[in-house]
Ligand binder design. Structure first.
Ligand code: ADP
Ligand code: MG
Length: 736
């Protein structure tokens, strides 16, 4: 412990009254070391005055039929435990200013017995009942011990009492609610005046925010509900403001400090390529292309997010952008998350180029592929092509990062399905050339508030329209019992030339078991329902060459049905496949289901997605008790898989599905906030605090635009706070 630290708030808490070295050690074990740690250890809840009644008032409202939660404060007068049919029942009797009331435990009597001692004061909260003896009674209530003073305060002035999460290490050393609260109050008395403000005065004024010292005091010992809310708002704004400042700095660093390439359209290459395609680009594709082309022409480095639902045609847009780089004498690389996908892209791109070359012999563009597990000789040949710029377009997985890959002249990097890659990886690839242009592609639609934080440093282009020829996919949800009928349906459709994916979930812990299930199913189906069909199998344990072979056979219509674990999830494009059967569908997440469904319906034929589940509730046509917005977390948990599956039936639109997914999972989980290089949110909820986030963003971007180095006197506080608290996150932002 460092008592000599220059910042007095960094001193050990042993200097707080009643703490001392021994207790300080116990606190250190749960991560509370300095006075600052303690001041920022906020209550997890507060005793709520709104439901506080005296015992006789409580009695009346219960008699009148009120059945909500009530809090009564009383002093323990008696307790007894009796055994009844082999069970121990604990009764605790308390009194307040106008009567008696009781608490009962039918379970854990031994444990609770020791918590209540004669003369101690408790706040008791639960739905009360009236006992057989006509007494006000609480069964298994929540209870909080408070001091005599506090109870007086609480009654007379409405003061709100804080409760903290007290780790068991502290409880074991007899630091309970009362002593913890006392220690906090001493810390505030003795040290609060040393806390330095962390927001510029102008912003505090602009948004009418409490001073930091005030806000800290109100968080611990609020004067009123309003003051408490103001304090919470201050911490929430501050957190969002600093995140947006990091975003703004990161963007500024990239755009203003680094010099990029200017890649205009030089020849007719791009125009001719577009003419060679078998379809016309959609309006949305043309719109995002214009945005991308203008970025590429501009000398500032492009850093753009290209988003669009599964099947909206991002790949062709990416390819055209790559050709712009080639037109300027540069190479372009596209990085995708799986070997299969890289392989598939490489094949499709080669085919497009061959066709292009046959129509316009003057253009000869060479693609090459870099993935793990390639034969040494092939790999070396491809590496040479890249180093000598014989290859113009390089397709690969994260193997593109490896040190032996030397691009001669890299002008554009495209990262497909970004949510699987972290910023660090992005930065690493980008550093392979002299600041190449960057496009990140994502099929996961991101609500705006979220993209403002984790992708806030990227410019965004959205393809918000599907190619016109698409027929909406029909989605069905069925119980397992219907499988025989479904297999018959598949056999019938096969006669019309339709191909089918059958997907089995592969959960990591039981990979072996699942694999066995998929293999067994494959063997069974081949001998029974599908004995006249050609059936293939693909799974994650195969080498990529084996996977490639299976995919090739499927693409060439040598298989009617492909049984698969989830390796096909991302990006695979087999136009002839129009049935997607997902078994045990309740075990998949929503975005995964949406991705899987996106594997079919990519052509002009009617496609089907059939979800099969063991979840009987989901498969029945039972309706949820309420609309999703109104379901409590407990009910959401209970109906989670039903909600997911029924959402799939109801919606085809990825944005709608992403919204539901956010509700079910919370934002952090889904979109890789953790990989984004931004700090996690402690005080704010980006869905609920959307307006505050917008304000914080505007403020942060204005400040960084006017003072990118944060050198002005009025911004010194921001600079200092960033270096002190966000140094880890500054890596990608760089304050000079
Ligand atoms: P995603 O956005 O999921 O990456 P893809 O780029 O793989 O979508 O496109 C899906 C399919 O649609 C591909 O087979 C592609 O050739 C085709 N496609 C792309 N753009 C169009 C268009 N404008 N009209 C018709 N088909 C298109
Ligand atoms: Mg794609």
């Amino acid at each position: 412990m460092n008592a000599q630290s220059s910042n007095p708030l960094e001193q050990s808490i042993q200097y707080i009254k009643t703490v001392g070295p021994k207790r300080a050690e116990t606190f250190a074990r749960v991560g509370i070391r300095s006075i600052k740690d303690l001041l920022f250890y906020f209550p997890t809840r507060y005793l709520d005055r709104r439901n506080l009644l005296t015992s006789s008032k409580a009695y009346k409202v219960v008699e009148d039929g009120y059945d909500g939660e009530i809090t009564v404060i009383g002093k323990v007068v008696d307790k007894d435990s009796r055994s009844f049919r082999g069970k121990t029942i604990l009764n605790v009797k308390l009194r307040d200013e106008d009567g008696y009331f009781g608490c009962v435990w039918f379970q854990g009597a031994k444990y609770f017995q020791d918590k209540f001692n004669s003369g101690e004061i408790f706040a008791i909260s639960a739905k009360p009942t009236i006992s057989r003896y006509g007494e006000l009674q609480f069964v298994h209530p929540d209870f909080d011990r408070i001091s005599e003073d506090e109870s007086q305060f609480f009654y007379n002035t409405g003061k709100i009492i804080p409760f903290y999460r007290i780790p068991k290490e502290l409880k074991e050393k007899n630091i309970g609610d009362l002593s913890f609260r006392k220690i906090i109050s001493f810390a505030i008395e003795e040290h609060l005046s040393l806390v330095k403000e962390t927001l510029p005065a102008r912003l505090k004024e602009k948004h009418n925010l409490q001073d930091l010292q005030d806000a800290l005091r109100q968080m611990h010992f609020p004067e009123s509900e309003e003051q408490l809310n103001e304090a919470k708002k201050r911490f929430s704004y501050e957190e969002l403001f600093y995140i947006e400042t990091l975003v703004a700095l990161r963007k500024n660093n990239y755009k203003e400090k680094l010099k990029g390439l200017s890649l205009p359209l030089k020849t007719n290459l791009v125009k001719d390529f577009i003419k060679s395609l078998s379809f016309e680009l959609t309006t949305a594709q043309k719109k995002v292309l214009t945005e991308i082309l203008s970025d590429m022409k501009n000398e500032k480095p492009m850093n753009r997010l290209l988003q669009g639902d599964v099947g909206s045609g991002k790949t062709i847009v990416a390819l055209i952008a790559m050709l712009v780089a080639v037109d300027n004498g540069y190479q372009a690389a596209i990085m995708v998350p799986t070997e299969i996908l890289a392989d598939q892209h490489a094949k499709n791109i080669s085919k497009l180029f061959q066709h292009f070359h046959s129509l316009y012999p003057q253009y000869e563009i060479k693609p090459t592929l870099i993935i793990g597990g390639q034969k040494k000789s092939l790999r070396n040949k491809n590496l040479d092509e890249i180093a000598l710029q014989e290859a113009d377009i390089i397709i690969g997985t994260h193997a593109l990062f490896e040190e032996e890959v030397h691009f001669k002249k890299l002008g554009l990097v495209i990262i497909d399905e970004q949510h699987r890659f972290g910023v660090a990886q992005r930065a690493r690839l980008a550093s392979k050339g002299s600041v190449p242009e960057v496009i990140v592609m994502s099929a996961t639609p991101i609500p705006r508030t979220l993209s403002m934080t984790i992708y806030g440093d990227l410019d965004v282009s959205t393809i918000d329209e599907m190619p016109k020829n698409r027929v909406p996919i029909k989605t069905f949800l069925r119980g397992e019992i219907k499988l025989p009928d479904i297999y018959k349906f598949i056999v019938d459709k096969t006669k019309e030339g339709v191909q089918t994916f059958i997907v089995y979930p592969l959960v990591e812990e039981s990979e072996k078991l699942e694999l066995k299930a998929a293999t067994t199913l494959y063997e069974n189906l081949k001998e029974t329902y599908f004995k006249d069909l050609n059936v293939g199998l693909i799974h994650g344990r195969m080498k990529w060459q084996e996977k490639e072979e299976a995919m090739l056979l499927f693409a060439a219509k040598k298989y009617d049905v492909l049984i698969s674990t989830t390796v096909i999830e991302v990006g695979i494009d087999i136009p002839g496949a129009n049935i997607m059967l997902i078994d045990d569908a309740h075990r998949f997440g929503l975005s995964q289901l949406h991705q899987l469904r996106g594997r079919v319906g990519r052509g002009t034929e009617q496609a089907y997605c059939i979800l099969v589940t063991k979840d009987e509730y989901a498969a029945s046509s039972a309706r949820l008790p309420k609309e999703l917005e109104y379901l409590s977390p407990v009910l959401i948990e209970k109906y989670k898989s039903a909600i997911r599956l029924q959402t799939m039936v109801k919606h085809l639109d990825g944005f709608k599905i992403a919204e539901v997914d956010m509700r079910l999972r919370g934002p952090g989980d889904i979109f890789g906030v953790k990989q984004s290089g931004f700090p996690e949110l402690k005080y704010s909820d980006i869905i609920k605090d959307g307006d505050l986030l917008l304000q914080a963003k505007t403020d942060a971007f204005e400040i960084v635009a006017s003072d990118p180095q944060l050198l002005k006197e009025e911004h010194a506080v921001i600079r200092k706070n960033l270096l002190e608290h966000y140094s880890e996150n500054l890596k990608y932002a760089k304050v000079g």
